[in-house]
Design a protein around this ligand. Sequence first.
Ligand SMILES: CC(C)(COP(=O)(O)OP(=O)(O)OC[C@H]1O[C@@H](n2cnc3c(N)ncnc32)[C@H](O)[C@@H]1OP(=O)(O)O)[C@@H](O)C(=O)NCCC(=O)NCCS
Length: 303
Amino acid sequence: MIAVRTSTRFLTVSSATEKQSIVIRDIELIVEMREVESLQKKVWACDDRDLVPLTMLVATKEVGAILVGAFDESSLVGFAYSFVGYERDRAVHHSHMLAVTPSYRNFNLGYKLKLAQRERALAQGITRITWTFDPLQSLNAYFNFGKLGVLADRYETNFYGEETSSFLHQIGSGTDRLWVNWPLDSQRVREKMETVASWKETLGEPEQIVSLVRVSADNLPQRNDSAEVLGQEKLIVEIPADINTLQREKPELAARWREATRWAFTEAIASGYLIDDFYGASRNDQAVGVYVLSYGKKVKDFV
Ligand SMILES: CC(C)(COP(=O)(O)OP(=O)(O)OC[C@H]1O[C@@H](n2cnc3c(N)ncnc32)[C@H](O)[C@@H]1OP(=O)(O)O)[C@@H](O)C(=O)NCCC(=O)NCCS
């Protein structure tokens, strides 16, 4: 058992204020889609072969893909891209990319791009958006679960193979991903949208939940292998607050985190857990990220 005082924010993160001059709108022009290619290279530092090229953007848009941009006057500073797919026998949008140029981050633009994507999917009669992210990235985890209200019951090992050129695909080892579902019209997501402004400033109550993996004082993953763990109503899986610095400074430790979280999420999902929350916590002045897993809940209960 551990006691952690929950905090919805990481101590190092500055407050997100609005950038009023930015316009969120559909990307229609060829010249703007070239900017989408450039922004992919800038944000993910990837090779040309790992880009989604203009031709795919044009073709998929013709059959329902959503491509929205954040523009500062005529400059593209962020975009979201999703295409239509099928999951669990239903049409969904699969969001393949969301990016905001570094100097425009933490101004709520990523959030506004997701809201614009949500509106457009609902207008097409589609009520779920799926996407994947690296569960070791605390920012993305907080953004997805904390700000948007996604749910996850699927873990993909080496989703994009062993590696790609994107910096986001070089953490730990492999390209493992959590597959998330965003139930657009659910009460859960509506409530999240109504409360996000005040929610992010609050401090939660201390929690007493068994952890499957926890962060030790020296940032090592500590697994809990005891047999009774996977019978609890709720579990937590902790991650380091900043995996990117760990990757730079101690890549072997980042690889241990990949192994530990791969084990934890795979075991928990196979045992019937749903990942339904993430928050930042502080234990003895050490910032950690905390996933909350609930037993017996299903994504379909929220759709
Ligand atoms: C993910 C991304 C699109 C978010 O864009 P953004 O415009 O900064 O997003 P927002 O401002 O709406 O929200 C970011 C939130 O993360 C928080 N945050 C920032 N750094 C964080 C960290 N290290 N850990 C946890 N949360 C963090 C911010 O405080 C903000 O939350 P708040 O509004 O409650 O304060 C942007 O960081 C990005 O382009 N990243 C690289 C590409 C990527 O990861 N894409 C998404 C793949 S799923």
